[in-house]
Design a protein around this ligand. Structure first.
Ligand code: 26Q
Length: 819
């Protein structure tokens, strides 16, 4: 087996013993009456023991050492399952498989019993998880900080074609990977007032007296790197009521009040917000943001000072990365700690804050830029609001001192937005409070400089840099696709596991050999067969593993243009029906993804996918040339089943709107060909993979901009000029796919005719043509599989190890393992 050589029998015996001990003493079962789930728990606990040995050592070493420490603050960590990840990084996968088989237990079966830790919405949360794994692999001392949500992202159930949201309960059987740390608990305040009083030296100081206090209790999960001894920590905070307050009220006879306070406090870590772009600022969300930031900063400050370091040395020893603006309140909180709790003066505090913090932006969508009403801030975080006003005043004063008086410019760089009621702009706060601000792909970073941060960029021209995203190959190649990994090890040698970034390139030479190409095609065929079984089990639908698997899986969003793909599906369907002699490549269109529960249009798009699926799949005139599948409840585990089985990866966002994308990289790594626009990281993928090995189409970001500026002038022409598009739009809007409610999609399609913000119509014909090129290449298997192998060979650069090395060098100034 590729990942691990033949296991050593004594290691197998030790593992067996570890499992049996845990089964008996932690799970409380005898092997004879243990259910599969009991075995899963025992195996996870046994694996955890191996991690903990190294973990304690690493933690002690970190606490003693003067090495700079990275703190990754993120409201989301989309981890997925951990058993195989942990076993394989510890080098124990084959040991465990063998040990379990000797105990009569199938590792393949029990691994499926682990629930996904779905503590994130999508790309941003999964990136945080990949980064944690890469930091551990590169021996960078790091903590991830986030919230231990009791309920992760909702479970999606499709009822009559509509998305329904069900509560997710990943903690029902407990979490075998976590360790509660009651000794690491901090108090977090909300509300109240600010008092001014002189300190011992007669200097006027501000004192915040919150009216409400919530306890943050740490839960730690070890993060093991690939074949390294060091183990980092993901520390997630759980909100608890402050015992003392509660008891006081209880004893005073206010039983209900005491309980209500508990509920209010603990609701902070109850559930992940299920939106991947901001909606009207809600108080609970702001409470979540401040809660985890305040706990994390207290914790890291305690660790820093505990080493005997002084507060002025903070930036030499600590780097704090803000994952989007969600933790941006850290700017004001760090200032508050330094000013009010440590007694520093303003300019020292500001210098330390900026030198310690850095910020990653993940979106340019105006509706997704966080801002909080000043009134809400004042009520919930009165001292922070004062500090934000002061930062703003110093900032504007400094500009005036540089003779900048342009009113429009001052307005645009202000921390306070005055137009839609007064609001605090979290993006500007994060920008000003950080020494480094980065985008997540070259195009996105360029657009940041030109749009959202245009004026701030002019004032601070060296602050913005690019760090193109990457993904961890351990999870997204080795674990997700063991059969392809085995092929790679056989053809390229063992070293490909340790150095995939460089070694994968050697696969290019093998793309010329028909035997290797055939083996490459065969492993894909097997993955498709497995996915076909999953589809039949879950949907009762048969798909042909020899058909082209055309895959569009990600959050449902207008800008990601599932609608464009659905219109292509309809046009293809009509083409097949209209011309019984047409020779088409058999295709399975696979969709999956969740819509934010309040995003009405996205939910309608899911219904449309299901309506089209029902109609097409039941139509005998289609002659098996087209099947449409919507697989419910897309999550990390489902992605792991789908990605190795994809022939074609749909990355078709409106150019300029997808910051980077990361599934695009995962698909290409596994050898899928991309059909996509020049958006996000697709641009850089194209530079490396070569346009001849991708299907690039559509308007470029600048053209999209130009059309938007020109208004809707040319809009109607596109539809008039494309009979195929016209026919598809007509079919959907007239109810061909919704005979039970013929008007269901009329408004949706009308909106394309009048206000096609995402350029579905202008890109339609180009998309159709690109899909025709897909068919042509598919008909020439030797060329298809060569292109497929070149995709795998040329995407080594999109490893999150490379991304993290860039953060380490350019932003954090921390050495990387081995350097
Ligand atoms: C904010 C406030 C209130 C409620 C929710 C939110 C919120 C939550 C999640 C806003 C945005 C997100 C997630 C954004 C996200 O996933 N962005 C993606 O980040 C990836 C990693 O950089 C990129 O590859 C994707 O292009 C980008 O869409």
């Amino acid at each position: 087996m590729a990942l691990d050589s033949i296991p050593d029998q004594s290691a197998v015996e030790i593992f067996k013993h570890a499992v049996l001990t845990r089964l008996r003493y932690a799970v409380g079962k005898d092997p004879a009456d243990a259910f599969d789930h009991d075995w899963f728990e025992a195996v996870a606990l046994a694996t955890s023991k191996y991690q903990v040995d190294n973990w304690e050592e690493t933690t002690r070493a970190i606490d003693r050492s003067a090495r700079k420490h990275v703190y990754y603050l993120s409201l989301e960590f989309l981890i997925g399952r951990l058993l195989i990840d942990n076993l394989s990084n510890l080098g124990l996968l084959e040991v465990a498989r063998q040990a379990l088989s000797e105990l009569g237990v199938d590792l393949e079966r029990i691994r499926l019993l682990e629930p996904d830790a779905a503590l994130g919405n999508g790309g941003l949360g999964r990136l945080a998880a990949c980064f944690m794994e890469s930091m551990a692999t590169l021996d960078i001392p790091a903590h991830g900080y986030g919230i231990r949500y009791e309920h992760g992202l909702f479970k999606q159930v499709i009822g009559d074609g509509w998305q329904q949201e069900h509560t997710e309960t990943w903690l029902d059987f407990g979490n075998p990977w976590e360790f509660e740390r009651p000794e690491s608990a901090y108090s977090v305040g909300f509300g109240g007032s600010v008092y001014s009083e002189p300190d011992a030296n007669g200097v006027e100081r501000q004192r915040w007296e919150p009216v409400e206090r919530v306890r943050a209790v740490a839960y730690d999960m070890p993060v093991v790197g690939w074949r390294t001894a060091s183990v980092n920590t993901l520390r997630l905070w759980r909100a608890r009521a402050e015992e003392t307050l509660k008891l006081d009220r209880f004893n005073a006879g206010d039983h209900l009040g005491a309980v209500a306070d508990t509920v209010r406090a603990e609701s902070i870590s109850r559930v992940l917000y299920p939106a991947d772009s901001t909606e009207a600022g809600q108080e609970l969300r702001l409470r979540q943001e401040y809660f985890f930031v305040a706990a994390s900063l207290q914790d890291l400050m305690q660790r820093h000072l505990g080493k005997g370091e002084d507060v002025y040395g903070l930036p030499e020893r600590v780097a704090i990365q803000l994952n989007d603006t969600h933790p941006a309140i850290a700017v004001a909180e760090l200032m508050r700690l330094l000013l009010d709790e440590r007694g520093l003066d303003w300019s020292d505090a500001w210098e330390l804050t900026v030198a310690t913090l850095s910020y990653t932006n993940h979106t340019l969508l105006p509706e997704a830029l966080e801002s909080w009403p000043v009134g809400l801030m004042e009520r919930l975080l009165p001292r922070h609001m004062q500090i934000i006003y002061l930062i703003n005043a110093f900032h504007i004063d400094a500009l005036r001192a540089k003779d900048i008086h342009d009113f429009a410019l001052l307005r645009s760089v202000s921390l306070i937005e005055e137009d839609h009621g007064r609001r605090v702009r979290m993006g500007n706060l994060a920008f000003l409070g950080s020494h480094s601000v980065n985008g997540v792909s070259a195009l996105h970073t360029e657009l940041m400089r030109e749009t959202v941060f245009r004026d701030l960029h002019r004032l601070y021209p060296n602050r913005i840099s690019n760090k193109t995203n990457g993904v961890t190959f351990r999870r997204w190649l080795f674990q997700t696709n063991p059969e392809l990994t085995e092929l790679l090890v056989d053809t390229l040698g063992d070293d490909v596991l340790d150095n995939p970034e460089s070694r994968l390139r050697d696969l290019a030479a093998h793309a010329e050999k028909s035997a290797v190409r055939q083996r490459f095609a065969q492993q894909r065929r097997n993955a498709k067969q497995r996915l076909a079984v999953l589809i039949e089990e879950r949907l009762g639908l048969r798909v042909d593993p020899d058909a082209l698997f055309d895959v569009h899986v990600k959050r449902i969003h207008e800008y990601k243009r599932q609608l464009l793909n659905l219109l292509h599906t309809v046009a293809l369907y009509q083409d097949i029906r209209n011309d019984p002699t047409t020779e088409r490549v058999p295709r399975v269109k696979i969709f999956a993804g969740k819509a934010a529960p309040s995003y009405v249009l996205a939910k309608l798009i899911i219904k449309l996918a299901n309506d089209i699926s029902r109609t097409v799949n039941a139509d005998p005139t289609v002659r098996g040339l087209l099947k449409v599948v919507f697989i419910p409840n897309y999550n990390v585990s489902l992605a792991e089943s789908i990605i190795p089985a994809a022939d074609l990866s749909e990355q078709i966002s409106t150019a300029g709107l997808e910051a980077s994308g990361t599934s695009n990289m995962k698909f290409a790594l596994n050898g899928a060909l991309t059909i996509g626009t020049l958006d996000g990281a697709n641009v850089e993928m194209c530079e490396r993979i070569g346009p001849e090995n991708m299907f690039i189409f559509g308007l470029k970001a600048q053209q999209v901009e130009a059309r938007k500026r020109a208004g809707e002038l040319a809009m109607h022409n596109e539809i008039a000029e494309s009979p195929r598009l016209q026919e598809a739009l007509m079919a959907v809007s007239s109810g061909v796919f919704s005979p039970d409610d013929p008007q269901r999609y009329t408004a949706l399609i009308d909106s394309l005719r009048h206000d096609d913000r995402f350029m579905v119509c202008p890109d339609f014909d180009a998309y159709w043509d690109a899909q025709e090129r897909v068919e042509q290449l598919w008909r020439k298997p030797s060329r298809w599989w060569k292109a497929s192998m070149l995709n795998t060979a040329r995407v080594g650069w999109f490893s999150s190890d490379r991304t993290i090395r860039e953060y380490a060098q350019d932003i954090w100034q921390v050495p990387v393992g081995g350097e």
